[in-house]
Design a protein around this ligand. Structure first.
Ligand SMILES: Nc1nc2c(ncn2[C@@H]2O[C@H](COP(=O)(O)OP(=O)(O)OP(=O)(O)O)[C@@H](O)[C@H]2O)c(=O)[nH]1
Ligand SMILES: [Mg+2]
Length: 462
């Protein structure tokens, strides 16, 4: 990424036809550069902060390019903390590009993805977790994801992290002070109290770590795999859940060769429903590949729905599959959709009880039981998150999760050393490690790599 001295510009709205587009310009010479190409009643260069100016953007020869409205934000009261102009022009692809081109001719350079937000971070307008929340907010695909990112943007997570970190900094300060007076054998710290305080921080961190279980689900959605023998009605069930004909349904076994993923929102939570190829040994190489992929889907899903054709008895393959899931993915939700119940006459009895799992009777044709199935999917997720909802902060980001894990590790070793009456240096060293790790979350400790990794995921103009 470029350095802070540059002035950058980018189209901040999506490319397409619309009423208006917004081009954002930020940096030391933002106002001067835009003023160069702006013709209006007022001179932008002397405009006050938070004022709006109607005028025209002209090209280098003075030809009119578009009517625009410029909004002026003077440093430090802008998103980036720098002088910023937001140019609203007409919302066509071509006209927006032309306006941007004119602005770029003045020494402003095109912004890289996330560069505005990165500047906001570097100028102290946002901490790192809040900057990440900006990207999450934009990408939020469900109510829960949106609420979690909004909370994070408001600084709920940052506040909690700072509180924990401050407590640790205080402890390490005393410890290090004591080390300075080691000759005098001065005891500034009550070891018992010190250990208790570290224990309480560890338990606070454990609570936060626990929230990631559903924080991840809020952010990324719940993966639900529809699995079953050929012709059980997996694709039909997907269509029934979506209320549309998305997947191809035929009476030929092996219709679905690859998996299809569709999204639905239930109670503000995003569910990614995946229709898979049938479970079976097959000679057909394309279908074989499909079956292989099915296993991969099973391994990465939060909930597995075994779709069974209720006119048949459970086959060995299906029973083996149920065993496999219980053995290998005990944490995944497991539902047996006893499908085709509209064919009552042929109904065979499902003679099994799924331990810790559930049987829902469905018909993808008459839509009987679909509501029950949806309710069950919802319950499996909400039941889990209900337990944890006492915690007001939710960890949704893997980077934060891994930093908290490292914080906990540092604290645990520090505690261990203290209990073993090891030298104060060891105790302090691990404590410092923990402080660094927790500081990474809000960006007190960063490297170029961390920053590039975070901001490159943003869209341009943000
Ligand atoms: N009567 C009845 N027929 C169903 C039901 N669900 C699916 N079918 C029929 O069963 C046949 C197979 O349905 P699909 O949805 O293609 O089954 P699938 O499990 O996706 O099959 P593959 O992709 O081949 O593995 C089709 O003829 C469907 O119309 C149901 O609930 N009731
Ligand atoms: Mg299918």
């Amino acid at each position: 990424m470029g350095h802070l001295g540059d002035t950058i510009a980018a189209i901040a709205t999506p490319m397409g036809e619309g009423a208006i587009s917004v081009i954002r310009v930020s940096g030391e010479s933002a106002i001067r550069n835009v003023a160069n190409r702006f013709r209006g009643k007022h001179n932008l260069a002397t405009a006050k902060s938070h004022t709006v100016h109607f005028g025209r953007i002209v090209d280098v020869r003075g030809n009119i390019v578009d009517d625009v409205i410029c909004t002026i934000f003077l440093a430090p009261t802008s998103f980036t903390g720098e002088d910023t102009v937001e140019v609203s022009c007409h919302g066509g692809i071509h006209v927006t590009r032309r306006v941007l081109e004119c602005l770029l001719e003045t020494g402003t350079r095109p912004a890289e993805p996330g560069e505005f937000t990165q500047r906001a971070f570097l100028n102290g307008k946002l901490d790192l977790s809040q900057a990440e929340a900006v990207a999450d907010l934009i990408q939020a695909q469900s109510d829960k994801a949106y609420m979690a990112s909004l909370d994070q943007l408001e600084g709920t997570l940052s506040k909690r992290i700072r509180l924990i970190r401050d407590q640790l900094v205080k402890s390490v300060g005393l410890l290090e002070l004591e080390l300075d007076f080691v000759e005098e054998d001065l005891e500034l710290i009550d070891k018992k109290k010190f250990e208790q305080s570290i224990e309480s921080v560890i338990s606070a961190i454990e609570k936060l770590l626990y929230t990631y279980k559903y924080g991840k689900v809020w952010r990324e959605g719940v993966r639900v795999a529809l699995v079953g023998v050929p012709n059980a009605g997996k694709s039909s069930l997907l269509n029934a859940l979506l209320h549309e004909e998305r997947a191809i349904v035929t009476d030929i076994p092996g219709t679905t060769r690859d998996f299809i993923e569709e999204k639905i929102t239930i109670s503000g939570i995003l569910f990614r429903i995946i229709d898979t190829a049938g479970l079976r040994q097959t000679e057909d190489s394309i279908e074989q590949e499909g079956v292989k992929r099915t296993w991969k889907v099973v391994q990465t899903s939060d909930i597995i729905v075994l779709v069974h054709d209720s006119t048949n008895l459970l086959t060995n393959e299906e029973l083996e599959f149920l065993d496999y899931v219980r053995m290998n993915h005990p944490k995944s939700g497991l539902i047996l959709a006893n499908n085709k119940i509209d064919l009552q006459a042929n109904k065979a009895i499902v003679d099994i009880k799924i331990k810790e799992g559930l049987i829902v009777e469905t018909s993808a044709i008459s839509h009987e039981g679909i509501k029950l199935l949806i309710g069950e999917l919802e319950k499996q997720v909400l039941d889990k998150s209900q337990i944890e909802s006492k915690e007001s902060v939710t960890i949704t980001n893997e980077r934060h999760y891994s930093a908290l894990l490292r914080t906990k590790e540092g604290l645990s070793s520090s505690l261990e050393s203290s209990r073993l009456k090891e030298s104060g240096e060891f105790i302090a060293l691990d404590l410092r490690r923990a402080i660094d790790a927790i500081g990474e979350i809000i960006g007190l400790v960063t490297t170029e790599d961390i920053l590039d990794n975070i901001f490159s995921k943003f869209c341009i103009g943000k």
